[in-house]
Ligand binder design. Structure first.
Ligand code: PGA
Length: 250
């Protein structure tokens, strides 16, 4: 089975000015100099360029938190894949539950965004996850399968392993209530199986967990065989905390 490189991403959401981003990167880089993991920083659009400049010469990658699927046009407030690539951004978070919930991000739009990102050679980090109600009702797998099939409908099976899937149960995001390692393992394994059925090179695909991951719980989550990394919100805002999570990933 191919070794999957752990993938640890910092989702800053709407946090950090350019000056704060610069300070963070300067504090982080010496702490993670020896890591073998893929480390990805997802700043707000305004700080992308600063983070890109400061990480040159390191293995740290930079991701945007959203993009529009079109090439250009009358879409006020939106940013295209080409605009991100021009900045040397390498990845993009798509379908985060906050975008689905507060900004009406739909599966139909995601079905266009994921292929647009791949066509531009941006690595999509596609977020999926169930609500608390869905988990309580025993509908987790149904919800995840529906999201995955819809959002990846137009991705060729040979390209599926180029997508990083972030399993983010909505009830665990920003709540301090983390999924148990067993829940994370079971659900990440289910996601891998769904994509294997769709023809993905499932052993190469990275499936990561997000939702209140922090230094105190990262090691036990990341030790699970199907949890290939983390998408970290709150605990990614502090360089020491984020570095501790990178270290836990090995
Ligand atoms: P959290 O956020 O770590 O603050 O729960 C994770 C995310 O939303 O990506």
């Amino acid at each position: 089975m191919p070794e999957r490189t752990p993938y640890i991403a910092a989702n800053w959401k709407m946090n950090k000015t350019v000056a704060e981003a610069a300070e963070f990167i300067d504090a982080l880089l010496p702490r993670i100099a020896a890591t073998q993991c893929d480390v990805v920083i997802c700043p707000p659009f305004t700080a992308l360029s600063e983070v890109v400049q400061r990480r040159y010469g390191t293995a740290v990658k930079v991701a945007a938190q959203n993009m529009h699927e079109g090439e250009s046009g009358a879409f006020t407030g939106e940013v295209s894949a080409a605009m991100l690539v021009e900045l040397d951004v390498e990845a993009v978070v798509l379908g985060h539950s906050e975008r689905r919930q507060y900004f009406d991000e739909t599966d139909e739009a995601l079905a266009r965004k994921v292929p647009a990102a791949l066509a531009a050679d941006l690595e999509p980090i596609l977020c999926v996850g169930e609500s608390e109600g869905a988990r309580d009702a025993g509908e987790t797998e149904e919800v995840l399968e529906r999201q995955l099939q819809a959002d990846l409908a137009d991705v060729e099976s040979g390209d599926l392993a180029r997508v990083v899937i972030a399993y983010e149960p909505i009830w665990a995001i920003g709540t301090g209530r983390t999924a148990t390692p067993e829940q994370a393992q079971e659900t990440c394994a289910f996601i891998r199986d769904v994509l294997r059925m769709r023809g993905a090179a499932a052993d190469e695909l990275r499936v990561i967990y997000g939702g209140s991951m922090k230094p105190a719980n990262a090691a036990e989550l990341l030790a699970k065989p199907d949890v290939d990394g983390g998408l970290i919100g709150g605990a990614s805002l502090d360089p020491a905390d984020f570095a501790a999570i990178v270290e836990a990933a090995g």
